[in-house]
Design a protein around this ligand. Sequence first.
Ligand code: SF4
Length: 254
Amino acid sequence: MIPREIENLSVTFEEKTPQEIIDWDVETFCPDNAMSSSFQTHSVPLLHMVGQIEPNMRIYFTNTSFNFWDTLMFREQLESIWNLNIVDLRAEDSWRIFLRRFGRDLYTQDPDLCCFVHKVQPMQGALAGVKAWITGIRRDQNAHSSKAKILENQKNGLLKINPILNWGRRDIWRNIQEYDLPEHPLLKKGYTSIGCVPCTRRVIPGDGARSGHWQGMGKTEFGLHTEMFELKGSSPFEVIADFTSGQQDEDGGR
Ligand code: SF4
């Protein structure tokens, strides 16, 4: 599809339901399509829809080795009740030696590099094999997603599809109640948005839902939906060089 067609369709989709947008994705791209999910409570409505419409669709989950046990159990639960086709993604083998040496606390030394190695690069590799990628981002989540479109062409030609972009938290909860969907077990313990264990804290009532991520680290995004997703680097050496030069730029070359 040419960029103008995608732009026009994206505008049309602003008036469509998430199910209609997923239907279009399946009719147009199946089997060259996939979804990604972090398996949180707010992920559940979209997982449920995809499971109902096309249970064979690949659902990519980044298994960083730092996930909460509760998230892994919740992933198993949803896979089993809806017969989902979940694919675990892990850091590429080429990082093995580096991670053996630095992996245990890379999240404190360089959380951006840690997210790139464990989340962004594995997702880049998996999505290189498909034409369309369904995500669960919403405009109400943060400043970056507030500017997103329902259909977005990536630089590498991959089409990113955001079916619940227009939903708010109320829509998520309305859908959960309507279909009696399960909740992530940590939600009731005060974890409103869940990443990896070392980088996630309980949220104090009144603070933003995502305020429990990377407290005091000056980081707000994993990188799957930011400019970091455009970063390339075929070897650990190249990737580390890129990140090091980026930090030097921020430090004024010190
Ligand atoms: S969320 Fe934390 S532990 Fe998980 S990949 Fe990112 S920096 Fe590493």
